[in-house]
Write a protein that binds this ligand. Structure first.
Ligand code: ADP
Ligand code: MG
Length: 706
């Protein structure tokens, strides 16, 4: 790594700086094998790691605060004279020490104390005290403060005191001593500055070394509030660099992929016309526009890398089928991957109904396909007889070889991580040739997240639902009124409509969820003897699950009791009522997905969110959002604010982003500049770009070398 293409001296400095970043922590004083093992538990192996291990928060012990100016819920150092010390016995025995400094007084409350401590806290003693001030029964007090006796001229700390994330057996004092050593080395040897000076100047951000210094040892005049909000320029500098690293890494991946060849898949006018003529509906303008965008990509000899976003029920599947037709017409194969067997089966049925009449050969592959049937399917995929292959992540497996994969379609992308997406890309690669890729998601992804997690993809959005859908009415009801809801189900089903009853659990255990759904189904069967009730959950044998779903779709079941396995993709237009038990347990995005299962036909549909009281202020506000809007983007945005990126993007993808300093929501305003800087670095400062990625993204996690 070199930071300056300048004279030899700069290059040597950069080499030394690199050495510091890579130097093992055992090179520091007092780090033996046991300490190194504890540090490793925090992911700290090198001096560089330690320098980037930033405090969680700070304490201000740099000044003595007059007691009269204290406010509750702040941490402060105070100093004063013991006015009174007494042991009182109310609910618990306690030593109460009244401390005054001329501006006011407060109480120090000790529940645990020995005779020596009691003696040291005697009237007339002068004390220096640190702790959190709270309101007590007789005014302000501090429970179990840190304290010591002082004379008048005792020194205070020179810096805000850092509190680091730590692990068992590793004391804050040890981390402080270690970071002090690392900072001394930083001063002596420096760390490579990976952002070019003109860029830093434009952004008004500080250089790296001072930023690290400040964050480990903030001077007393730094605003604690700013640090705590993560808005200090030193923090923004690091967050910026980290976001830039992710952006560059995904861009590099995109560039490498786009540099490969893909089979051009030109317009298939005749085949598409026959396909469209057989559909019972016309494409919406939104579908047509999006397919035009996809079509332009497919016609090119470079791999398409496109994300198709469309709210639940917006009609992505038919767009995917049109794309698959292009591959078939060009003599290539198309693969469609879904996250669950249920969805893969449903896609297979849709594609089969649409494409088989056109003489196209389809194949279905999932984990449960075994023995001779599996071998036959694998053979058909390998020799190219299977023109469109639909399946689960079983499509990734090593035994699957495509004769000539021209297009890979991944549905409900948020269930898969970036690495899985890449694996399917690799599947179709033959030499320098790479399949086109279409990634579909029903989770509307706020722009911020899309820019971060999908920087390697172009985006198309289906922004309108097919006509004739009546909006779903949503009501929020306490489960004490369960009886009324059961009656509502009865009434709907007796009118020939169908209903879902979804059971949720806090923990994700399939076994417990299955049990809860089974219990609920049993009680509903009892309450609704005239209805035909089905049950589906993740523990059922796939064949049984499929049989139940098929029966529900065919209308031979009135009510389907289910776990959240039905969350994505399931399509039964006659179902017009959905009840979600314990709705307060789910995220908004997930509730929105579930609700999208109804309102697919022309009947007026309803969604009942049953909650278990008491529901807190926040819970009430969250469910109200669903009552007020059906706009998936608005809901995702609120979910992002309330629950963070994990809920919206899926924990797997958020985990893969693995941000250490940056926070996608808090640092959202940096993202435009991150994009712009990524362009500049790649164009004008490629070595800097490489260094940024190396610093922030672990080798195993990196998507592509810059
Ligand atoms: P999603 O985008 O959630 O995957 P689907 O592709 O499952 O949505 O489509 C939802 C329903 O809408 C399906 O029953 C599908 O046949 C129907 N559909 C799709 N496009 C149209 C259209 N242009 N007009 C009417 N119905 C449509
Ligand atoms: Mg779908």
């Amino acid at each position: 790594m070199s930071t300056a293409a300048g004279p030899g001296g700069a290059a040597i400095d950069a080499l030394r700086a690199e050495a510091l970043a890579e130097r093992p922590l055992t090179a520091l004083k007092s780090v033996g094998p046991r300490q190194a093992e504890r540090l490793a538990r925090l992911g700290l192996h090198t001096v560089g790691d330690l320098l980037f291990h930033l405090p969680l928060r700070y304490q201000d012990r740099t000044r003595v605060v007059p007691i009269g100016s204290l406010t509750p819920y702040t941490e402060a150092v105070i100093e004063g004279e013991v006015l009174l010390a007494e042991v009182v016995v109310r609910k618990r025995r306690a030593l109460l020490v009244r401390l005054g400094d001329g501006t006011g007084s407060l109480t120090l409350r000790f529940f645990f104390f020995n005779a020596a401590q009691q003696a040291a806290l005697a009237r007339g003693e002068r004390l220096r005290v640190f702790g959190e001030v709270r309101g007590g029964p007789t005014g302000l007090e501090i429970v179990h403060p840190e304290w010591r006796r002082v004379d008048a001229a005792a020194a205070v700390e020179e810096h805000l005191t850092p509190i680091y994330p730590t692990t068992e057996g590793l004391h804050q004092l040890s981390l402080r001593a270690l970071t002090a050593q690392a900072l001394a080395l930083l001063d002596a040897e420096g760390l490579a500055e990976v952002l070019p000076a003109p860029l830093l100047a434009r952004l008004g951000l500080p250089p790296l070394a001072p930023a690290l210094h400040l964050l480990h040892r903030p001077p007393p005049e730094v605003s604690l509030a700013m640090l705590e909000a993560g808005r200090h320029p030193a923090q923004r500098r690091l967050a910026f660099e980290e976001l830039l690293a992710h952006q560059l890494s995904l861009r590099a991946l995109r560039r490498r992929t786009r540099a490969q060849q893909a089979p051009p898949l030109p317009e298939a006018a005749e085949l598409s016309a026959r396909f469209l003529a057989a559909l019972p509906f016309a494409l919406t303008p939104a579908q047509a526009r999006v397919f035009a965008e996809i079509g332009a990509d497919l016609a090119a000899p470079r791999p398409m890398l496109r994300l198709l976003q469309g709210d639940v029920g917006s009609g992505k599947t038919v767009v995917a089928a049109l794309a698959a037709l292009r591959a078939v017409a060009a003599g290539c194969q198309a693969a469609v991957m879904a996250p669950t067997e249920l969805l893969a089966e449903q896609h297979f049925r849709s594609f089969d109904a649409w494409l088989a009449p056109l003489g196209i050969e389809l194949a279905w592959l999932a984990g449960r396909l075994k023995g001779r049937a599996r071998a036959a399917t694998l053979a058909a995929i390998a020799d190219g007889r299977a023109q469109v292959v639909i399946g689960t992540h079983a499509l990734f497996q090593a035994e699957v070889t495509f004769a000539d994969l021209g297009l890979a379609i991944i549905d409900e992308q948020h269930r898969f991580g970036v690495h899985q997406r890449l694996a399917l890309r690799e599947k179709g690669r033959a030499g320098a040739r790479c399949p086109h890729q279409l990634v579909m998601t029903a989770t509307p992804i706020p722009r911020t997240l899309a820019m971060s997690a999908y920087a390697d993809l172009d985006t198309s959005v289906i922004d309108a639902l097919p006509p004739g859908r009546s909006p779903v009415t949503t009501v929020v009801v306490a489960d004490t009124r369960r009886g009324e809801v059961v009656e509502r189900v009865r009434a709907a089903c007796l009118q020939g409509r169908q209903a879902y009853w979804v059971c949720t659990l806090i923990d994700e255990s399939e076994a417990l969820a299955a049990q809860a759904a089974t219990d609920t189904a049993a009680s509903l069967v009892q309450a609704l003897p005239e209805l035909r009730v089905g049950l589906v959950h993740g523990r059922l044998r796939p064949a049984d699950k499929e049989a139940v779903m098929r029966a529900f779709k065919a209308g031979t079941l009135d009510l389907l009791v289910a776990t959240t396995v039905i969350e994505v993709g399931v399509d039964v237009p006659n179902a017009s009522l959905m009840v979600i038990d314990n709705a307060e347990r789910l995220g908004l995005a997930q509730l929105h997905q579930l609700r999208g299962r109804v309102g697919r036909g022309s009947a007026q549909s309803a969604c009942v969110l049953l909650y278990h009281p008491p529901l807190g202020e926040q819970g009430r506000a969250r469910l109200a959002i669903l009552r007020e809007t059906t706009d998936g983007f608005a809901i995702a945005r609120r979910d992002l604010e309330l629950r963070g990126p994990g809920e919206v993007l899926g924990t797997r993808q958020t985990g893969e982003l693995g941000l250490r300093v940056a926070d996608l929501l808090r640092d959202e305003d940096l993202l435009d500049e991150v994009q712009r800087s990524a362009d500049e670095l790649l164009a004008d400062w490629p070595q800097h770009a490489a260094a940024v990625v190396r610093r922030w993204i672990g080798r195993g996690q990196r998507y592509g070398d810059v």
